[in-house]
Design a protein around this ligand. Structure first.
Ligand SMILES: [Zn+2]
Length: 103
């Protein structure tokens, strides 16, 4: 299922390029695009857990996905409040980007 139709015409900052990095952080198009990216990643993660646990029976890969989830969750707390918001976001982003890695 494609959620892209949710973002058509939603730009609230007046930016033309579709790449979200050019839109204001609070632009509705950018916020919706970021949410769609998250939903798609989480759905892929859930499907892969099902694939490795019930189809290919690859417990090692299931374990790696669970470890990725653990790292992503911990990324929200790492730094013990001493990181700037931007630094914390970068740590979370890196963990998010690795959620599906099993190699
Ligand atoms: Zn915009």
């Amino acid at each position: 299922m494609s959620y892209l139709k949710l973002v058509v015409g939603t730009c609230s900052c007046g930016t033309k390029p579709p790449d979200i990095q050019y839109h204001d952080p609070e632009c509705k198009y950018r916020l919706a695009s970021e949410l769609i990216e998250k939903v798609e990643k989480y759905e892929s993660l859930l499907h892969r857990i099902q694939l490795y646990s019930s189809v290919t029976m690859d417990r090692d890969k299931v374990g790696k996905l669970i470890r990725n989830i653990d790292r992503w969750s911990y990324a929200h707390r790492v730094g013990n409040g001493e990181l700037s918001e931007e630094e914390q976001d970068e740590v979370i982003r890196k963990a998010f980007d690795k959620l599906l890695d099993v190699d």
